[in-house]
Write a new protein. Structure first.
Ligand code: GLP
Length: 247
């Protein structure tokens, strides 16, 4: 595992964008696993800037996103499809028919999940998976639990996640209660993993994930078993790891 410390959020975004750019340049037909949340926004902005300068070409890139709310259409401005379009895809030369997000409008959960697993297989697996991390160590929508869920599955969002997400919706009632998310096996099957984190709210999760016991109570801790993980994190999120003298 390689850990790059960034001075601040801007530095983390640039370093992460450099790593993803290298992947695209070295393998133009690459399959990227992408993530939503506030953390990757700066990285996406940087990639757009480099695309505009002519340094990056997304024309042969395929993407698969980690998760999507069940019940939201891609036109809903709270859906993860909408997030990806507005934060990245609308601004680069990617072929949108090769950008995949679980189908939030599929009511049959089993079908939605099977379809998504098939998509991941049909694109030949993920070359580089980008991950943010939840304050409780969740990745995608794999929340802490008793077991690692393997492939794409439907999750009942925890009360705390629903509350945390409520700020983006007009009222609590509008916040989806379920989501489709890639499972741990999907994520761990990626050839490379790029985990990004920023802010003191992630310090505990980062310490437990990178140095604590491997347990489904801290879903990101499974990454310790992956062969090729790069972490890019700012000093605030690394503070507990520094305090323990581990870095
Ligand atoms: C959500 C997403 C995750 C993301 C996490 C942290 O739960 N499903 O993929 O990593 O939030 O988000 P943020 O980057 O906004 O802290």
């Amino acid at each position: 595992m390689i850990i790059y410390a960034g001075k601040d959020y801007y530095d983390v975004s640039r370093k992460a964008a450099n790593i993803m750019s290298a992947q695209i340049i070295m393998k133009p037909r690459t399959v990227l696993g992408l993530a939503t949340g506030s953390t990757p926004v700066g990285m996406y902005r940087q990639l757009i800037e480099w695309y505009e300068k002519g340094d990056l070409d997304f024309s042969q890139v395929t993407t698969v996103n980690l998760d999507e709310y069940k019940g939201l259409s891609g036109n809903n401005n709270q859906s993860y499809r909408y997030f990806m379009n507005t934060n990245l895809f609308d601004h680069i030369n990617i072929d949108k028919s090769r950008t995949y997000v679980p189908n939030g409008l599929e009511e049959d959960s089993r079908k939605a999940c099977e379809d998504y697993n098939k998509i991941i297989r049909s694109v030949g697996g993920i070359d580089m998976q980008l991950l943010g991390i939840g304050g409780n160590g969740h990745i995608g929508f794999n929340e802490p639990g008793e077991a690692f869920e393997k492939e794409t599955h439907c999750v009942d969002l925890t009360e705390s996640t629903i509350k945390a997400n409520a700020r983006f919706f007009a009222s609590m009632d509008e916040v989806p209660k379920q989501a489709y998310t890639m499972g741990i096996k999907n994520i761990m099957s990626a050839k490379k993993i790029l985990l990004i984190a920023a802010g003191s709210a992630k310090a505990d999760a980062l310490y437990k994930s990178l140095y604590g016991p491997i347990t489904p109570n801290v879903p990101a801790s499974i990454l310790q078993l992956h062969q090729d993980v790069t972490v890019v994190a700012d000093e605030e999120s690394l503070s507990l790891i520094r305090e323990k003298g581990l870095l």
